[in-house]
Design a protein around this ligand. Structure first.
Ligand SMILES: *Cc1c(COP(=O)(O)O)cnc(C)c1O
Length: 246
């Protein structure tokens, strides 16, 4: 293994190294304040809109979990990244799909994503399972929960979450791992993530293996840590502002 596969721009590398270190410091501090072990928290770096070269630089800097929210972009970028890593004999990575998922894309996503964090309706469950069978792989699943009663930006209502959890658990190649949420815009993230934790506890009572909670982004990762987040999804604080294309 050479350890250097990005051939990346040294100035960008330095920028990413510094912002990544700052986020790790926030996580350490947030865990200390919440009385948590940082070893129980996984940082997923959200690389949507940013190029494969940034993913490779972050990988060199030790990042192993990446998040993407659009099927085509994720598939192309990570095919390139995985090829480069494997050519270099470098360690692999875990790819988390975190975006709203159309059911006609779900089978495709099941072919390359290791974790799908945004499952929010029964129709996706069947489509993902089909894709997992076709690709002969296991996909880990989080249920995306809507915390403001508005499902237009994705998410299952808390009242429907347990039935959806049962549907995932019934699929052999889908592994139910827990829940994910985005704090509603303008709402207090602490209240939202406290509610998420209740939903998570209800699901875990039925499915003991489903003990992951994905909560907290650049702006509210400390609130996530206060309410049991085991996965943080951080983009902007590490990569900078995304181009406002969409
Ligand atoms: C883009 C995105 C993130 C990252 O948000 P930042 O504010 O850039 O850290 C996290 N979660 C989801 C679901 C996203 O779409």
């Amino acid at each position: 293994m050479t350890g250097v596969v990005s051939g990346g721009d040294p100035a960008r590398r330095e920028q990413l190294r510094d912002s990544l270190a700052a986020v790790h410091e926030r996580i350490e501090r947030g865990c200390a304040e919440a009385g948590r072990d940082p070893g129980d928290v996984t940082l997923v770096v959200v690389t949507k809109y940013f190029p494969a070269s940034d993913v490779l630089l972050l990988h060199e800097l030790g990042v192993r979990h990446f998040g993407e929210n659009r099927d085509q972009e994720a598939a192309e970028k990570f095919r390139e990244v995985r090829h480069a890593l494997s050519e270099a004999g470098a360690p692999g990575l875990t790819l988390h799909f975190i975006g709203q998922l159309q059911s006609n894309k779900a089978a495709h996503v099941a072919g390359y994503a290791d974790v799908v964090q945004s499952v929010d309706r029964p129709k996706l469950v069947g489509a993902l399972a089909k894709g997992a069978h076709a690709a002969d792989r296991t996909v880990q699943v989080l249920l995306q929960v809507s915390l403001d009663g508005d499902t237009s930006r994705g998410g299952v209502l808390p009242a429907d979450a347990e039935a959806l959890a049962d549907a995932v658990a019934a699929q052999q190649l889908l592994q139910l791992r827990g829940v994910m949420a985005v704090a509603p815009l303008g709402a207090d993230p602490d209240a939202a993530f406290a509610r998420l934790r209740e939903v998570a506890d209800g699901i875990r009572a039925r499915h003991p293996g489903a003990d992951w909670i994905s909560a907290g982004m650049s702006g509210d990762l400390e609130a996530g840590l206060r309410h049991g987040a085991t996965l943080l999804r951080v983009g902007t604080a590490i990569l900078g502002s995304r181009p406002s294309l969409l």
